[in-house]
Design a binder for this molecule. Structure first.
Ligand code: 13P
Ligand code: SF4
Length: 334
């Protein structure tokens, strides 16, 4: 995390935890502050349902980046994880971008260390680097084009046929895109702890008990899960599929927060969270995403902290590949 802006060192490294009286109406407080301060609340589909319900905009990582470019708010409160808020800051250097809990990181972004990635990239000097948005600003600064799971295939296909490509950091998404495009890419060996945890065996047991259910999966899942899936896509693609498809039941292999939106838009349908390998943990929850709470959002708006800050040199370098992604997505109507 690049730097800490005070409030007694974000309450001495607990990254700002100030208890709110239980009788206090947090939602009313958030509504008052966002109006007074001209703040917008952007939330990812993996956030707790009550956060999704009060957000000004809920979406997948591509839609949230696009929204961050459009906003006229002075403050962007990003209820998601650090790389998402950082992307919003890279695109809006003059705005204040705040994240309710600075500890909301991402195991996938952490699986790609900038020092190691620099060495890796140097081994393939004639390759174009495509990085997933789930990366730090330092990795983005070493990238030619960013992608998300909503546009990764189109970004790869937008390059001339003979382009050599490094794809980072998610090996499952990289392999999936390679199989879709027929492109042989050099793929960084990273993964997400949530999507790698789904159990093929337990999903198949669930399917046997619910033969009418369709299996839908995020491309960060391992290959065996993708092979049995009826539909593979980003969070917004999975959501759209459940709205347009005529099944009544779905086994959902991605972070459980998306079920809130699925139930909201299709209340007559049934959604079952795909089970993880370890039956004793709630592993289909991203523990980073779930760090954000309504109280932390209130505090963040009140103190305008924790704020995302970064060196201008890194920001400017990281902006180019994000803008390239946004231009390509725009042209393709994504
Ligand atoms: P989306 O791009 O589908 O929103 O996914 C982001 C993410 O963090 C997946 O784990
Ligand atoms: Fe990162 Fe995985 Fe959480 Fe998505 S679900 S934010 S990839 S750790």
């Amino acid at each position: 995390m690049s730097g800490i802006v005070n409030k007694e060192d974000l309450v001495k490294y607990g990254y700002l935890k100030i208890d709110i009286d239980k009788d206090f109406d947090v939602i009313e407080g958030i509504n008052r502050l966002r109006k007074e301060k001209n703040a917008v609340i952007l939330a990812h589909y993996y956030q707790q349902g009550e956060i999704q319900d009060i957000a000004d905009f809920v979406g997948d990582s591509l839609a949230l980046a696009q929204q961050a470019v459009k906003t006229s708010a002075d403050i962007i409160l990003f209820s998601g994880v650090h790389f998402m808020a950082e992307t919003a800051k890279i695109l809006n250097p003059s705005k204040k971008v705040i994240l309710p809990d600075l500890k909301a990181g991402c195991s996938l972004a952490d699986s790609c260390d900038p020092v190691d990635f620099k060495k890796f990239r140097e081994k393939y000097p004639d390759h174009t680097v495509i990085s997933y948005v789930n990366t730090t600003a330092e990795i983005k600064a070493m990238t030619d084009i960013i992608c998300t799971s909503s546009n990764a295939r189109q970004i790869v296909e937008s390059l001339p046929e003979n382009t050599k490509i490094i794809f980072a950091p998610d090996r499952n998404l990289g392999n999936y895109i390679s199989s879709q495009t027929g492109k042989n890419m050099v793929i960084w060996d990273g993964a997400c702890h949530v999507h790698e945890e789904f159990s093929l065996e337990r999903i198949l047991e669930l399917k046997a008990k619910n033969p009418d259910a369709k299996i839908i999966a995020h491309p960060e899942c391992e290959k065996p899960i993708l092979i049995i899936a009826d539909h593979i896509g980003s969070t917004s693609s999975l959501l759209k599929y459940t709205q347009t498809d005529d099944s009544k039941k779905y086994i959902v292999a991605t972070e459980s927060g998306i079920l809130h939106q699925m139930k909201k838009v299709s209340p007559e349908k049934e959604f079952i969270a795909a089970p993880p390998k370890d039956s004793t943990c709630a592993c289909s929850d991203c523990n980073f995403m779930k760090l954000n709470t309504l109280s932390k959002i209130y505090n963040a708006l009140y103190f305008e902290l924790p704020e995302i800050i970064m060196e201008e040199e890194i920001r400017a370098k990281a902006e180019k590949p994000i803008r390239r992604m946004l231009e390509i997505s725009d042209k393709l109507g994504l």
